[in-house]
Design a protein around this ligand. Structure first.
Ligand SMILES: Cc1cc2nc3c(=O)[nH]c(=O)nc-3n(C[C@H](O)[C@H](O)[C@H](O)COP(=O)(O)O)c2cc1C
Length: 472
């Protein structure tokens, strides 16, 4: 009876962790507070799961290691390390549950680790489920083999075809959601599509899980005792079917090359200097904006950061170098909008400057958000009552508005003004910034905001032009 309970408990913890993992992947759907709460509950369940599996853990140094056991042990250890890293990095940048806990890890480093490891853990956890999938298939298989003849075959083949379709769909979702780019660290900030339906999000993630289960189940099955005999069988088959073997080999090699190419092609600006040629970046088009009296309000790191005079565009990631002068992305987008509309300009400048280092700025921005910091604005302030239209341009910080932008918009009376936003980002699109902005301003914020990825800013002039043309 006792054994039965432990077995059931193990299954319950497995199911709970899988469900929680789904919830955790959709942070933009739950919000950060629930993300942290579910992460903490998942960690507690994870510990219980390991206590229940203590016999398996104690057995690690003992016995023989056939290939299938090597695979199982590697997956389980990778999962264990991954979850510990996730929990630790999550605690270090916590804004709710562990906010009180000082940990020796900057929130910038914590974010990078959390982002890379979370997607890897999702895949490894799914593969872990694949290791135990034999049990599910075994049970279902026994039921099916008790069926009458035509049904037995139909159900067996239908399930195989469905499994294959799920795996193919999962592979497409894996690429379209750029999971490999997150895992390899090529995308620095997660992209959350806040307008996407919950169903399509979870369908994709379920299919990705299905793919991993499929792959690990079959590899595990293949590696089980008798592996060398099966390998000899394959070699004999290859010798007998040379043409088929070559085609199959080519398909596999092409798959690996494509995976490597798409997985690493998002090498971000953060590693490369970007030289700005103003004449190439900013076109000559102008729109007739007579009907509107507008102002462009922007915020960027340059002017709000203590840059070393010798800093280059590489160490000051996300910036551009114009003949030795640093230019921020939001500022360049502001120059484009100014060329097109002829609107007035205002740059938000705060008294307390951010650090020169990109990573440190990312941490400082997080601390400001967590502590409710209220910046002081410096420089001449425009009389906003003159304007009916605002083009607000800002970089996305931690998936939302930078604190100075949020605070500025909160403090200023925007009653009766139409606000159009251009958001420059490192992968997350608009984040939740538009809905967050609506909560702090009394102006009318247009839902039709323009998102420009940092690496695309220099080529964004046509997009800015078309976007303004739409609402002008
Ligand atoms: C403090 C900080 C936080 C950031 N957070 C995000 C983020 O959550 N999502 C994202 O896609 N990019 C993020 N980025 C990247 C910037 O949004 C992006 O590089 C932007 O183009 C920088 O514009 P700027 O040069 O005008 O400052 C962040 C950058 C900094 C400095």
């Amino acid at each position: 009876m006792g054994r039965l309970n432990t077995k059931r408990l193990k299954i319950i913890t497995d199911i709970l962790m899988t469900v929680l993992l789904f919830v955790l992947m959709g942070m933009h759907l739950t919000g950060q507070m629930w993300h942290e709460i579910s992460g903490t509950v998942c960690f507690v369940v994870f510990i219980i799961h390991h206590i229940l599996n203590r016999r398996w853990i104690a057995g690690i140094p003992k016995g023989k290691y056939p290939a299938s056991r090597v695979m199982q042990t590697v997956i389980n250890i990778a999962l264990f390390i991954g979850v510990i890293l996730l929990m630790f990095s999550g605690m270090a940048m916590s804004g709710y549950v562990f906010r009180w806990l000082p940990l020796p890890l900057s929130s910038s480093t914590a974010r990078s680790i959390h982002l890379m490891v979370s997607y890897a853990v999702y895949l490894v956890m799914s593969m872990h489920i694949g290791l135990h999938f034999g049990l599910v298939i075994g049970k279902a298989g026994r039921k099916v083999s008790g069926m009458k003849k035509p049904w037995r075959g139909i159900i067996t083949w239908a399930s195989r075809i469905i499994a294959l379709l799920v795996a193919v769909y999962g592979l497409l979702a894996l690429f379209s959601r750029k999971l490999l780019s997150y895992i390899t660290g090529n995308v620095k900030f997660a992209f959350f599509d806040y307008d996407e339906s919950v169903i399509s999000f979870y369908l994709d993630y379920a299919a990705i899980m299905g793919l991993c289960i499929f792959v690990s189940y079959y590899i595990y099955k293949f590696l089980r005792p008798g592996f060398f005999k099966r390998m000899r069988g394959i070699t004999q088959w290859m010798k007998a079917h040379m043409v088929k073997a070559v085609i199959l080999g080519t398909v596999i090699v092409a798959g690996v090359i494509l995976t490597a190419y798409y997985g690493t092609s998002y090498i971000s600006r953060h590693y490369f200097p970007v030289e700005l040629n103003r004449d190439e970046a900013i076109g000559t088009d102008k729109l007739d904006m007579e009907k509107r009296k507008g102002i462009i309000i922007s915020f960027t790191r340059v002017g709000n950061t203590n840059f070393d005079p010798n800093v280059d565009a590489v160490s000051s990631a996300s910036l551009m170098d114009e003949n030795g002068r640093l230019v921020g992305n939001a500022a360049l987008l502001g120059d484009m909008a100014e060329q097109i509309t002829g609107f007035d300009r205002y740059e938000i400048v705060v008294e307390k400057k951010y650090s020169s280092s990109y990573g440190a700025t990312v941490s400082e921005a997080r601390t400001e958000m967590n502590n409710g910091f209220v910046p002081t604005f410096v420089g001449e302030q425009p009389d906003l009552s003159e304007y009916d239209t605002v083009i607000l341009i800002y970089p996305l910080w931690w998936w939302t508005l930078p604190v100075p932008v949020e605070e500025y918009m909160k403090q200023k009376d925007m009653e009766g003004k139409n606000i159009y936003c251009i958001v420059t980002h490192g992968g997350s699109g608009l984040g939740s910034s538009i809905s967050d902005l609506k909560e702090v301003t009394n102006g009318t914020v247009s839902d039709d905001a323009l998102a420009v990825m940092d690496k695309d800013v220099t080529n964004a002039f046509p997009d800015v032009l078309n976007w303004i043309r739409k609402w002008k």
